[in-house]
Design a protein around this ligand. Structure first.
Ligand code: SF4
Length: 186
């Protein structure tokens, strides 16, 4: 178990544990306040994220930031954002189960150092890995799940909202629930 964030980040950035290392430009370790009570988890980096080395920086990322800011959350201030896999899957395909299994080691280490009170899973892939494999994201988003004394909440992936803007109100409702929970644990 890591005790030092810098060492963890440096080691992760040298990782060659799976084939996603072969074509990456950057390992996308994560961004935000490492003392946050809220940890957001996505599935993996896309093209912009791979090029810039930061999660959620394309159009979907801007939408995520906009919704976060509406509720007083910011990656610069009071949340941390990371992914299940830290290197970009080719052509933005879903990360394979074996890639997720190898890479989740890094997320677990991040989790142990951050000690968040709630994990918000962005989209089906992250929610299936973190909460339960058969999650129905369109029905169960915004629900609070308790697992091993930790609270998880799945929500819609911002890329899915860009494809279907009608879903935005549902995501806003999830963020509103998150905000209420956050105010209770402050
Ligand atoms: S995706 Fe994860 S496990 Fe695979 S090489 Fe990148 S950091 Fe390592």
């Amino acid at each position: 178990m890591y005790k030092d964030w810098i060492k963890l980040e440096n080691d992760c950035k040298l990782c060659l544990k799976c084939r996603l290392a072969e074509k990456r430009n950057n390992v996308v370790f994560g961004v935000g306040n490492t003392k946050s009570k809220v940890l957001f988890v996505g599935e993996g980096p896309g093209e912009n994220e791979d090029l810039q080395g930061e999660p959620f920086v394309g159009r979907a990322g801007r939408l995520l930031d906009e919704m976060l800011n509406e509720f007083g959350f910011s990656r610069k201030k009071n949340i941390y954002i990371a992914n299940i896999v830290k290197c970009r899957p080719p052509n933005n395909r879903d990360p394979l189960p074996e890639e997720q299994e190898k890479c989740i080691f890094w997320l677990r280490e991040q989790f142990k150092l951050i000690c968040p009170s709630i994990i918000v899973c962005l989209g089906r892939i992250a929610a299936a890995k973190m909460i339960k494999p058969d999650i129905k994201i369109t029905k169960e988003h915004g629900t609070f799940f308790k697992k091993r004394n930790l609270i998880f909440m799945p929500t819609l992936h911002p890329a899915a909202i860009l494809r279907n803007p009608n879903m935005k109100n549902e995501a806003i409702s999830d963020f509103s629930k998150l905000k209420s929970y956050y105010e209770k644990i402050l």
